[in-house]
Design a protein around this ligand. Structure first.
Ligand code: PXL
Length: 277
């Protein structure tokens, strides 16, 4: 059985970060160790959320693991709260990267053309330095724009997406995978670039007319979980995109959907059936 460590916050209520990564990756049959970077009452789209920073715990936790000789098949970082946490993640990659370890960075910090409330442009540039140390990065278009200084556009063509990918590729990760890529009316999906072969991969599915919080975390968790189950990054991203869409579909048909996140729990059977195929 493969073992992942994922490093992100615990938003106690809100269906994002660790409260989706842990159940999804575990359900996929992959051991999931965690390093919680902060405990928040909710994610930051709620008003008046509380936050207890846990930066000071990161090094003691990883030092203990080091002394126990623990290693990981993948290190997956999500939402991080500060420059210092980004530096600690870079250090963790150096300390725990073994032969075959996949360093997977989801630079969760922005969407729909805007940075999340806690961040500024300097933070996005700092996140780019962590992307440079990763094997695979999975920004959405907004995050990619903030990291590369490309102008954010609501509508675009394939040339724009390829330019974004080539700017991301210059950071140094082997695979750059853009999420929320919509090249055709009514469709959305992913477009990735394998920087070693120069090969692109594009996958689209139906675009549902709603947007929910936490879906980026669901995509990333599924993608790295699937890679740990032996799928290559293209197959993994396709499964992750389909599962995320299924989560949104189930939320849309829920009579009382929760505004803050999707019904990913109800779609776990879908995920496991697809994984078994
Ligand atoms: O889903 C990304 C995310 C994770 N964690 C926290 C967030 C967000 C997005 O806003 O606020 C605390």
């Amino acid at each position: 059985m493969k073992r992942i460590v994922t490093i992100q916050d615990i938003s106690c209520l809100g269906k994002c970060s660790l409260t989706v990564a842990l159940p999804i990756i575990s359900a996929m049959g992959v051991e999931t160790a965690i390093v919680p970077t902060a405990v928040l009452s909710t994610h930051t789209m709620f008003k008046n959320f509380t936050c207890c920073d846990l930066t000071g715990e990161i090094e003691p936790i990883t030092a203990h693991w080091k002394s126990e000789g623990v290693d990981f098949d993948a290190i997956y970082t999500g939402y991080l709260g500060s420059f210092e946490q980004i530096d600690l993640m870079a250090k963790m990659f150096d300390e725990f990267r073994g032969e075959g370890t996949v360093c997977f960075v989801d630079p969760a910090m922005a969407d729909n053309g805007k940075l999340y409330p806690a961040f500024d442009e300097a933070f996005a540039k700092k996140m780019a330095t962590l992307c440079a140390k990763a094997d695979i990065i999975v920004p959405n278009i907004t995050e990619a724009c903030f990291m590369t200084d490309m102008p954010y556009r609501e509508t675009y063509d394939e040339a724009y997406v390829k330019e974004l990918l080539s700017k991301l590729a210059a950071f140094g990760a082997r695979v750059c995978l853009l999420t929320g890529v919509s090249l055709e009316e009514g469709k959305t999906g992913v477009m990735g670039l394998d920087t070693q072969t120069g090969e692109y991969y594009h996958y689209e599915h139906e675009k549902l007319p709603v947007s929910f919080h936490g879906t980026g975390d669901i995509f990333s968790s599924t993608c790295i979980g699937a890679m740990m189950r032996g799928l290559d990054w293209r197959e993994a991203s396709r499964l992750a995109a389909d599962y995320t869409a299924e989560c949104i579909r189930l939320t849309m048909t829920d009579e009382k959907p929760r505004w803050y996140g999707v019904n990913f729990e109800q779609a776990i059977p879908f995920l496991l059936e697809r994984l078994a195929k």
